[in-house]
Design a protein around this ligand. Structure first.
Ligand code: C5P
Ligand code: C5P
Ligand code: ZN
Length: 481
């Protein structure tokens, strides 16, 4: 049995179909989850002796699917996308362009979008080789990522010997923010358990701050953005003063040590002092609780590198694929070190700078209000491939309320507009589904979109922001009613 028994039958059908293929085109999405999905699937195909080529796409739309068809592969494996475009894909299948196998976790396009003559039995289109947690009642936004779906497929293709690939699936899930509540849950937990059994994943309770492997301690504290601690967060000299007051020897040869360099006792002292400081500055208890969380590390990667920690690894990957260097991220996922890793690190420095400048710009600029949504238009100030990440990070910052979803616009190189939307778990609990909002509001202005309930996106023609916002505002209002 696979790690997610509910998906066994679908996974086996997909695997059996792939095993009959002469050669496979593997198409995946350009983010951390898409890269790890591709690395998992590619490794499993290779171990199964299946020749294949890998391509990455920013977004799967009719044009991109046509370009995939033009590559004339008999079998195409889509990972981390495909479900949202079932209608277009099935049209190509009907036309005999290719056979499609899909391992994804996005909201499937609804039955109404099915191609003529396409029989729909489960409301999501009757697609024979379709592996998606949502089809079996598992949440695709929080319980299994694209990499998780690809891992389930890999296990069906190669059994236990593919359990080592669970580590990449954990990177994908964390990269898709599926551990926001502090830990991976549901089907993801079973993927983690596989990785622990195989000796490639370690699960622990630890400080939740980003950068425990690579950041010098003052930077670790200063840049921590999830829980704001007055006098430390965003305050370099405050962070340094706090560390110096601890009475620990936190430098070595004059340089600040990192969290990984500390002993258990030193970590304990620092963590307790941090909690005390937060309490004394009136940080709410539920935020203080978030300072310690479940963390996922990879014992076979060198300590003190981005590759050792799921969160840092996923950011490193986003820094490649979202900047048209998916080849670099894929090489790193496949275990290449040396030049690809050095290149990825240079891209990471650039990505970090862009994120920080993006957040600063949004914070200075502020967001505009509709009744049910808040929004900003970055135009070309923020790259369209990271505007969603920036919007998500801005949510909860000064002037950006967590009680409304945020919608962000950025200009694409072809002149069209990219839209990204982000919500919160609380809003989803009240009925928010941004995948529906993005799909319907974009279609109202001749665009297209989709995604997850808590995070979704769209592309719309230039000049239609107002009409798009009108539609989005109305749909969100209906959902939260
Ligand atoms: O296309 P894909 O599924 O890989 O992208 C998921 C996106 O949704 C990521 O950008 C991730 O950060 C975002 N997300 C989020 N909050 C969640 C779940 C996902 O912002 N709780
Ligand atoms: O691009 P962004 O990070 O905002 O995407 C959020 C989620 O919406 C991702 O899961 C992405 O795959 C999905 N999306 C989509 N269709 C689009 C744009 C984004 O399904 N046109
Ligand atoms: Zn994904």
């Amino acid at each position: 049995m696979g790690p997610v028994p509910e998906l066994d039958a679908r996974a086996q059908a997909c695997a059996d179909r792939l095993l009959t293929a002469e050669e496979v085109l593997l198409a995946s999405h350009i983010d951390a989850d898409g890269l790890t999905s591709a690395a998992i699937a590619s490794t499993a195909l290779e171990r199964a002796g299946l020749a294949h080529e890998v391509v990455f796409k920013k977004q799967l739309d009719a044009e991109e699917i046509a370009s995939i068809a033009a590559m004339e592969y008999e079998t195409v494996l889509f990972t981390d996308f495909g479900s949202g475009q079932l209608d277009v894909i099935s049209q190509h299948v009907d036309d005999g362009d290719f056979e499609a196998v899909i391992a994804d976790h996005h909201q499937p396009s609804d039955a109404g979008d099915c191609a003529p003559g396409f029989e729909d039995t489960d409301g999501y289109g009757d697609f024979a080789w379709h592996l998606n947690p949502l089809l079996e009642g598992i949440d695709g936004a929080s319980e299994l990522s694209g990499a998780g779906a690809s891992y389930v497929l890999a296990r069906a293709l190669g059994g236990d010997r593919n359990r080592d690939l669970a580590a990449l699936a954990v990177v994908g899930a964390v990269g898709d923010m599926q551990a926001t509540g502090g830990e991976l849950r549901g089907a993801n937990e079973r993927v983690v358990a596989d990785g622990v059994d195989a000796g490639v994943v370690t699960e622990a309770r630890d400080l939740s701050l980003y950068g425990k492997q690579t950041r010098p301690l003052p930077k670790l504290l200063e840049y921590a953005s999830d829980v704001h601690i007055p006098g430390i967060s965003n305050d370099e000299s405050g962070a340094i003063a706090f560390l110096e007051d601890l009475g620990l020897d936190l430098r070595s040869d004059g340089d600040w040590r990192r969290w990984v360099d500390l002993s258990d006792g030193e970590r304990q002292t620092l963590a307790s002092a941090l909690v005390q400081r937060a309490v004394s500055r009136g940080v709410p208890a539920e935020k203080i609780d978030r300072l310690v969380a479940t963390t996922y590390t990879f014992p076979n990667e060198p300590e003190g590198t981005e590759l050792r920690d799921a969160s840092e690894f996923s950011t490193l990957l986003n820094a490649t694929a979202r900047y048209e260097r998916a080849d670099v991220g894929l090489a790193v996922c496949l275990g290449e070190r040396g030049e690809p890793l050095e290149r990825a690190r240079r891209l990471l420095a650039n990505h970090r700078r862009n994120l920080s400048e993006g957040i600063d710009w949004v914070t200075q600029q502020g967001v505009e209000q509709r009744e049910h949504v808040q929004y900003f238009n970055a135009d070309d100030r923020i790259r369209e491939t990271i505007v969603g990440i920036v919007a998500g990070m801005a949510l909860g910052n000064e002037g950006v309320s967590r009680s409304k979803p945020i919608v962000a616009f950025a200009r694409k190189s072809d002149g069209e507009l990219k839209v990204s939307a982000r919500g919160t778990g609380v809003l989803v609990g009240q009925g928010l589904d941004l995948s529906v909002v993005m799909r319907e509001a974009s279609r109202a202005v001749d665009g297209d979109g989709g995604g997850h309930d808590v995070a979704a996106g769209a592309t719309i023609p230039d000049g239609h922001e107002e009409a798009f916002l009108d539609a989005a505002d109305r749909i969100v209002g209906d959902q939260l009613d």
